[in-house]
Design a protein around this ligand. Structure first.
Ligand SMILES: Nc1ncnc2c1ncn2[C@@H]1O[C@H](COP(=O)(O)OP(=O)(O)OP(=O)(O)O)[C@@H](O)[C@H]1O
Ligand SMILES: [Mg+2]
Length: 555
């Protein structure tokens, strides 16, 4: 099934993403469908999610699913128009099971269409293409309208998945071409029964298209963000490779993959190769598999980081400074501010600011509380070593890696802790142990005793427009808990509590703010009057201890 469009290996290991699949269903397949934008960092699993969605729904009968990767078709407007239509016909006639090539060229495309009515619809395009100087604007209007013609002909709805959608902008560079997004928008508004699902790996460009008020496609899409895996999702994937497996080792695989399914798959494959060499599964083996995948030129993660680093910098200006910034952020043991980076590179702040902005735009760094961090801890680890000339063998022995292993936890752990995700997960784990116990309210900054609920669901929450994010949203049978996690060196103040309350109170009846070093006096006061639960790292430890005791008492 889907032999030519969704690799069998990938189909077999697809895991997690239940929430995103159901959101897509709600938006794309409802009686009043909504266009969707699937967003997420590179290699997070956008394309695979789309393909899995198509696989699950292509036999529904009432909808035609069409998948087009614009990266493969946007060489010239003529080529684009022909292939855009060709892919529609391919998906209509083969549902992704046939060989696509004949559908992507003339005249073979014509021979693939048994229905005369559809062949006739194609006429204006073929006639235009035969001209010495085709009217490019017209061609593109025709090809975008084709989705509607196919829907009408088949008497079905169509969902058109446009992957690497940002590539469409390249067409604007051609002679006689107006703003392509405007053309797309005007046709889109006219089409009945056609819904779009767009996705792309260059976040800044996708944001420009979908979220910039000057863009013709501003606010046209409902947002479905793809985040790194939660631990359970990693567990599901890991079990497809190694089963049964100790829960602690699941945690290690999850940790080193940073929740990126792509990294997880590669580390698992490498671990299996080690196991095939009669090695035993252990913490050390997982570390060796991770290090060799990232630092050996034979490793796929290594190749991917080399590629990502190369293309990202190619798209950006000011290559040399960007490289030095990336290197400094990767090798410094603690995160740095703009002025610290300027000092380290012996440059003035102005150009450093511009270059840091560029690195944020291309999705490599992000800023939090004026400090700069890598979005992807694995890439950070790769830069720190490989850009400084360190590489290892494909199947290294433990003794060859002693110093790297010794540094691993310090170098890698810190990078992933900066993302704050580890903390969110550990709080989620704590919440999972809630089961009706009565707890002294002081660990929540409250005076009365608190009865801990049982959660039926725990998740990170992002609103449809992508503007509201809740670190952990817990659903109980009678209500909801919203949790904010701040893991920084400063006490949380009134402003932070207010901001949290503003976004969380419409969503949940219990709001809980967890801050590593605690709260200012005023913030504590506010929390008390507003009945917000507050906990510091110390409270979290006390809470974990009493949960542990209650488990032991039960046994
Ligand atoms: N849900 C999943 N289950 C199992 N493996 C996954 C999943 N999602 C992604 N992967 C793994 O990660 C790889 C990359 O995923 P995919 O190509 O979907 O990412 P992407 O976000 O589209 O990347 P890009 O930004 O480069 O287009 C897949 O080939 C697969 O090995
Ligand atoms: Mg992709």
């Amino acid at each position: 099934m889907l032999e030519y469009s969704y690799r069998r290996d990938d189909q077999e290991i697809f895991s997690g993403r239940k929430h995103q699949l159901s959101l897509m269903e709600e938006h794309l397949l409802s009686s009043k469908p909504v266009d969707v934008h699937i967003s997420g960092l590179r290699r997070i699993g956008k394309t695979m999610l789309i393909k899995e969605f198509i696989k699950r729904h292509r036999d529904d009968g009432s909808t035609i699913h069409v998948y087009i990767n614009l990266e493969e078709i946007s060489e010239t407007p003529e080529d684009f128009a022909l292939k855009f239509i060709g892919w529609h016909l391919y998906w209509y006639y083969t549902k992704g099971d046939g060989i696509p090539v004949p559908y992507l060229h003339l005249p073979s495309l014509i021979f693939q269409i048994p229905d005369k009515e559809l062949r006739d619809t194609l006429m204006p395009v073929t006639v235009e293409l035969e001209k010495a100087r085709p009217d490019r604007q017209r061609l593109l209007e025709e090809c975008f309208s084709f989705s509607g013609s196919l829907a009408r002909f088949a008497g079905k709805k169509i969902v058109v998945f446009l992957d690497e959608f940002q590539e469409i902008a390249n067409l604007t560079n051609f002679d006689q071409m107006k703003n392509i997004l405007k053309v797309f928008r005007s046709i889109k508004d006219r089409l009945d029964h056609v819904t779009y699902c767009v996705s792309g790996s260059i976040i800044s460009e996708m944001d420009k298209i979908t979220r910039n008020s000057a863009s013709p496609l501003f606010n046209q899409f409902s947002h479905v963000p793809i985040k790194p895996y939660m631990r359970e999702e990693s567990g599901e994937l890991i079990n497809k490779f190694i089963s049964p497996i100790d829960n602690r080792l699941v945690g290690l695989f999850h940790h080193y993959s940073a929740g990126y399914p792509f990294y997880l798959v590669q580390i698992l494959r490498k671990t299996l190769l080690f196991l095939g060499r009669q090695e035993e599964l252990s913490d050390m083996l997982i570390k060796r598999a991770f290090i060799s995948e990232v630092l050996s030129p034979e490793g796929l993660i290594h190749s991917y980081c080399t590629y990502l680093y190369g293309v990202s910098l190619q798209r950006a200006r000011g290559y040399g400074v960007l490289k030095s910034l990336l290197d400094t952020v990767a090798t410094n043991d603690t995160s740095m501010t703009q002025s610290e980076l300027a000092r380290a590179l012996k440059m003035s702040q102005g150009p450093i600011r511009i270059n840091l902005k560029e690195l944020q735009d291309i999705g490599l760094l992000f800023e939090r509380e004026r400090r700069y961090h890598y979005c992807d801890p694995v890439l950070r680890y790769w830069v720190a070593y490989v850009q400084n000339g360190v590489e290892v063998a494909d199947f290294p022995q433990e003794k060859d890696l002693l110093s790297i292993i010794e540094e691993l936890d310090r170098k890698y752990q810190q990078a992933s802790e900066e993302l704050g995700r580890l903390k969110e997960e550990s709080i989620m784990n704590t919440m999972r142990q809630f089961s009706g116990q009565e707890i002294d309210g002081s660990v929540f900054g409250a005076v009365e005793t608190i009865i801990l609920p049982v959660f039926t669901k725990l998740e990170q929450y992002t609103s449809e427009d992508g503007k509201t994010e809740i670190d952990v949203l817990g659903v109980t049978r009678t209500g909801k808990w919203a949790v904010e996690v701040k893991w920084k060196g400063k006490a949380a103040g009134v402003k932070e509590i207010e901001r949290f309350l503003q976004k969380a109170s419409p969503l949940a009846d219990t709001c809980w703010y967890v801050s590593k070093v605690g709260f200012t006096k005023e913030a504590r006061q506010l929390a008390l009057t507003q009945s917000i639960l507050i906990s510091s790292e110390k409270d979290m430890r006390l809470l974990a201890d009493s949960l542990q005791n209650s488990v032991e008492r039960k046994h």
